[in-house]
Structures are given as C-alpha cells and as structure tokens.
Design a protein around this ligand. Structure first.
Ligand SMILES: Cc1cc2nc3c(=O)[nH]c(=O)nc-3n(C[C@H](O)[C@H](O)[C@H](O)COP(=O)(O)O)c2cc1C
Length: 344
C-alpha cells in the first residue's frame, strides 16, 4: 500500500497550511537517500544541465529549502525551492491556502511567506551532500522600493547554491509583481539580471493569464536577454467553473482546472518561439498522459505541485515510469525526441 494513502486522511483533517507544515516537518525527519535510478531514455538536457528525468517539483512546496534532498530521494528529477525574497517575510494573513477537493485544485494567496535568502543559502550549502538538480526561485519583497534590485540581488546571492535560478514575476499575490511582465519593465528587469553575472542558467516564470501578443513580446525580451528557458505557468487568477465551496477565495488557482489554460499558454509560447527557447510546462499535470501531452506541446521539462497534494509524493516516480513505458512502447529512444512534436 502507498504510505500516502495512510497519511492523507490525517492531512486532510487539518487545515491546508497546517497539513503542509506537518508534511514538511515529517519529511525533514527522513534521512535523504540516493535518488532512485530511472531509465536512460528519460535523461534530458537543458541549458547545459543534465536532468535524470523531466519531472520536477514546482516552486512553492519547499519555499525555504528545507527538504530538497528528500524530494529528490522520492523521485523528482529536479526540485525548485522558493520563492525566496532577499528579506524574510510573513506573507498574507491566514487563512491563505485552500484545498478544493471536488475540483482536485488548490487556491493560494500565501504572498511569498519565506525565511529569506540568507537562511535558505546556509541550509542549501550545508545540506547538499547528494547529487541532484536544485533550482532556486527568487522574488521581490512586498515592501521593496526597488523590485528589480531585489531580483538582481537574489540572483547574485543564490547562484553559488543553485543549478539554475528562476525569476518569478508571475505570482498573483504580491501587488504589482505581474506588472513586471509588461514589455518595458520586463526588458529592464532581464537586462539587469543578466548584468548580475550569475554564471548560472536563468529561467523566467510567467503567468497563464495572457493578453493577445503577450507570448510574442515576452519571448522576444527573453531571447534578446539570453534567458535560458521559460516556465509556463504559474497559478491563474481566472476562475474556470469550480464546484468546491472555496471557489471564490482570492488568490491563484492551481491543479486540475488549470490544466487547459496552462497547456494553451504553453502552446502559444511554443508557437511564438518556434522552438528557439526551451520551455518548461507546469499547471494541472496529474499523470503520465498529461506529462506526455505537455512535452509534445513543447515542454522540455515539466513540473507539478497540486497533484501531489491529492496523490502523494510518489507521483513523480509514477509519472517518470509511465513516460519511460510509453517511450518503450512507441520505440522512441529518448524523451527529448518527443519535445514539441505536435508542432511538426
Ligand atoms: C500553495 C502554493 C504555493 C505556491 N508558491 C509558489 C511560489 O512561491 N513561487 C512560484 O513561482 N510558484 C508558486 N506556486 C505555483 C506552482 O509552482 C505552480 O506553478 C502552480 O501551482 C501550477 O502547477 P500545479 O497545478 O501542478 O500546482 C505555488 C503553488 C501553490 C499551490
């Protein structure tokens, strides 16, 4: 029996944020083991980094880099910690995290609660004894007078302990943050970040709530500023039809109802880029079929978070094995050959 089947009723009896804290605390007690071996067909390479599988943990689960090694041990091919801001901050008032069980979804308005970059840096420096890919997602403090400087400082500060860095300008829960996606602001931000000279790949994470022409503008700004990949997408502020009682809570929606939106956003970015810049697909991925569809639509890697709330952390290894089985069945030697095939 899957261990999570025993743990889940307890977790679901608690409010969502308490359950999350308990999960992380429990994981901290588990000594990290060597990650499982996966078939060579799943190996993926992006921005000069070799990923054992394309299935990663999305930002927001391990904001403070407390359990990255445990998550790698559980079968994630890579783990993105954060969002981390330069200074620690408490985030929005509680309650701010809601499970929409009937919709297999989550709404959050956490507001970048995190322990701050220096504390996470210390932890990442001390803890990292096992091999594994860890990305660090950085953001701006809510009260910052100069949010671009927060990103520059974040990239510079965290680069030594990161395999890659993610510039997160797509959280809906920090007022004004998504404004950095506008072309002028985005170009200024990306140029400043590159000037920081981090010497690590830089990924940009975008929202699924897009106006006409947004993907084209963002792609051009990213390519002109030598960004290594675009992560599509963060949570949505839109509300597709939902059944749960928390449906009208403010914040970003993730999980199953985000899937069509995130997939369409990915397709738009792929069409706009013609494959010129790698994409990472996130949003409502629940099983190997979802992952396969996202890879065909143009994702070189995928990430997930909400499905893990419902299915447990074993989901990463299950999806990876499902992808490997499908490759074998279809006689394809490498998952990298599948990327973007629906556009051929
Ligand atoms: C509780 C929660 C907190 C999140 N916090 C962050 C965050 O700090 N930074 C970030 O870039 N994305 C954050 N996300 C967004 C996820 O990384 C991901 O983009 C989104 O949830 C869609 O994927 P999913 O449907 O698999 O959850 C958060 C998501 C959830 C559910």
């Amino acid at each position: 029996m899957r261990i999570y089947a025993l743990f889940r009723p307890l977790a679901f009896a608690l409010n969502a944020e308490t359950a999350h804290r308990l999960t992380v605390k429990t994981l901290r007690l588990v000594p990290p083991r060597r990650p499982p071996d996966f078939p060579a067909s799943l190996r993926s390479s992006l921005a000069g980094i070799d990923f054992p599988t394309p299935v990663g943990l999305a930002a927001g689960f391990d904001k403070d880099a407390e359990v990255p090694e445990q998550m790698l041990s559980l079968g994630f091919g890579f783990v993105e910690v954060g969002t981390l801001t330069p200074l620690p901050q408490g985030g929005n008032p509680k309650p701010r995290l809601f499970r929409l069980r009937k919709d297999r979804a989550v709404i959050n308005r956490m507001g970048f609660n995190n322990c701050g970059q220096p504390a996470a840096y210390g932890r990442l420096q001390l803890d990292m004894r096992l091999p594994g890919i860890i990305g660090v997602n950085v953001g701006a403090n809510k009260d910052s007078k100069d949010s671009i400087a927060d990103y520059v400082n974040g990239v510079r500060a965290m680069a030594p302990v990161a395999n890659y860095l993610t510039i997160n300008i797509s959280s809906p829960n920090t007022p004004g943050l998504r404004g950095l996606q506008d072309e002028g602001a985005l170009r200024e931000l990306l140029a400043a970040v590159q000037e920081a000279g981090a010497k690590k790949p830089i990924f940009l994470k975008v929202a699924p709530d897009l106006e006409k022409g947004d993907p084209e503008r963002m792609i051009r700004a990213a390519i002109d500023n030598r960004i290594d990949a675009i992560i599509v997408s963060n949570t949505t502020v839109s509300r597709p039809p939902l059944r749960s009682r928390y449906a009208n809570e403010a914040g970003g929606l993730s999980g199953a109802p985000l899937k069509p939106l995130a997939l369409e956003a990915l397709r738009r970015f792929r069409r706009a880029s013609g494959g010129e810049i790698p994409l990472i697909g996130v949003g409502g991925i629940t099983d190997a079929d979802d992952a396969w569809e996202r890879i065909c639509a143009g994702a070189s890697l995928i990430q997930l978070y909400s499905a893990m709330v419902y299915e447990g952390p074993g989901i990463a290894a299950r999806i990876a094995r499902g992808l490997a089985r499908r490759l074998k069945r279809e006689g394809i030697a490498s998952i990298m050959e599948v990327v973007g095939t629906e556009h051929l």
